[in-house]
Ligand binder design. Structure first.
Ligand code: AOF
Ligand code: ZN
Length: 364
């Protein structure tokens, strides 16, 4: 921890408080879309006197909760916020005005809000009111916290990530990954971070249950099943029975899925041709920031989807889990989802350890 010693007293620096903001913000992982994850702490005389985070779109922002928590102690205090305070009337009133009214002396901001409605106007407003503002403390951390929100604001499309697992003998596995069924497992945690997960119908037809995050009270992303016309065997009632959150089936006219009737909790979207752009558009209209393409099982449905996603620059992230197991080659082993040119596009491939697995995380 970054502790500065001043007159014999241990004192934390800006970085420490900003990291606390990020930690608080993470409490709401998976729950805030289309809004970002934001945390705020109010510090007075070297002590945290108020903390807050944004829990959900429509509810008050992080600053409001932290100011409430601090009460009168906010006067002349420093407010740390992982994202620039907003200066507009959205679903909630501007945080800049709340900070000014509470008479804070200083505001430390992690990153500028990329939302064109804010975009430095919040910082300008605070400065105009005579409040000292520092911008960019732990900026990289704050940006990675809201990678999907940033992407949505800049490109108007949800962030798309591709995941798959490979075995020690180099097979793309239909295994969901280490600890898939465990609370605290990598897959369970990963699901929580995404607003939707796209699954292949062929990978599910023999399982009839959809992967679920095992964390208690976890965000369960929207399940999207892609069913191509070639797949006439899709068991819609079976799928619906196995799901504990809403299910959307994207299909084309020839698939016959539509004729299997409508079911409660299941929506069918018929496209002329299944394509990633249309799926992402749908997700954006539903207020989503992030979508996970789960390349599990015999995912032939996905070959074209992955190819066009890379070609059209719709894929931003790749997550490969190297599993400590041997996977027999059989019909259900998926083909490798990327070609050589696509793999060459991956930047900053970083290894991370998660229990017994190695996760390789990169950007396209
Ligand atoms: C902050 N603190 O905790 C959040 C901010 O519709 P609203 O009122 O919720 O406004 C949403 C926008 O406000 C969102 O797109 C983003 O630019 C900003 N979110 N700002 O000062 C917060 N969640
Ligand atoms: Zn706000």
């Amino acid at each position: 921890c970054s502790v500065r010693v001043c007159c014999g007293m241990a004192e934390h620096d800006d970085s420490f408080y900003m990291r606390r903001c990020v930690e608080l913000a993470r409490t709401a992982i998976g729950c805030t879309s289309p809004n970002p994850l934001v945390g705020c702490v109010i510090v007075k005389d070297g002590k945290i006197v108020g903390e807050g985070f944004h829990p959900k779109a429509g509810q008050p922002h992080a600053e409001v909760f932290a100011l409430r928590d601090a009460g009168d102690l906010a006067e002349n205090a420093t407010a740390y916020v992982s994202l620039e305070p907003c200066n507009h009337f959205g679903r909630t009133p501007p945080c800049t005005e709340a900070l000014i009214k509470a008479k804070v002396r200083k505001v430390v901001v992690g990153m500028v809000d990329p939302n064109p409605l804010v975009a430095s106007k919040g910082i300008d407003r605070l400065r105009a009111a005579g409040i000292e503002v520092t911008v960019g403390v732990e900026e990289a951390l704050c940006k990675s916290l809201n990678e999907a929100f940033l992407h949505l604001m800049l490109t108007k499309k949800p962030l798309l990530a591709l995941r798959y697992s490979i075995s020690l003998n180099g097979q793309v596995s239909d295994h969901l990954g280490e600890g898939a069924t465990d609370s605290g497992g990598y897959y369970s945690k990963l699901l929580q971070e995404y607003d939707a997960v796209i699954l292949s119908s062929t990978s599910l037809s023999d399982k009839l249950s959809l992967p679920t995050s095992q964390e208690p009270g976890a965000n369960q992303p929207l399940r999207i099943v892609v069913a191509r016309s070639s797949n006439a065997t899709l068991d819609v009632p079976g799928l619906a029975a196995g799901v504990n959150s809403k299910l959307i089936i994207f299909t084309d006219k020839e698939s016959g899925v539509e004729s299997k009737g409508s079911l409660e909790g299941v929506e069918t979207v018929i496209l002329d041709k299944i394509n990633m752009d249309a799926i992402l558009d749908y997700c954006k209209r539903q207020g989503m920031c992030s979508v996970l393409l789960d390349f599990t099982g015999n995912a032939y449905d996905f070959e074209e989807l992955v190819k066009e996603s890379v070609e059209q620059n719709l894929l931003q992230k790749i997550l490969v889990e190297v599993l400590p197991l041997w996977c027999e080659r059989n019909d259900r082993n998926a083909r490798f989802p990327l070609n050589m040119a696509e793999v060459h596009k991956i930047k900053n491939l970083q290894p991370k350890m998660y229990n017994k697995s190695i996760i390789l995380e990169g950007h396209l």
